[in-house]
Design a protein. Structure first.
Length: 122
């Protein structure tokens, strides 16, 4: 049996975190979740995921810092999400260095899934 890809979802809004968790599991992924940046970094150290989805505004550790750590330490693909920042802002500031995908809230889950599949399946 093929190994399932592990995705780390970092989101402080419980409703959004749970929605992503359930949606990704239904689509065949193993999922870890964290409500803040510090927990995300701790979880990644314990069990390195294949991909990270992170909100940009997080308690305890900013989402940008989480993305930079994941890229620099583990060379992981990262999808950023935000209800405040716009795609053009994020891509201009962070570009291809730290962001492999970006989605504004409210999320279109099918678009997020297509991005995940594209990244993980090459």
């Amino acid at each position: 049996m093929a190994k399932k890809n592990l995705i780390l979802v970092v989101e402080d809004e419980e409703e959004v975190r749970q929605l992503l968790h359930e949606f990704l599991e239904k689509n065949g992924y193993d999922v870890m979740t964290a409500a803040d940046g510090q927990m995300a970094l701790k979880l990644a150290e314990e069990n390195v995921p294949d991909l990270v989805i992170t909100d940009l505004l997080l308690p305890k550790e900013h989402g940008v810092d989480v993305m930079q750590h994941m890229k620099d330490r583990f060379f992981l693909p990262v999808i950023a999400i935000s209800g405040i920042y716009k795609k053009s802002e994020v891509m201009n500031k962070l570009g291809d260095i730290y962001v492999d995908g970006f989605f504004e809230k409210p999320l279109n889950l099918e678009e997020v899934l297509a991005c995940i599949r594209s990244i993980l399946n090459g």
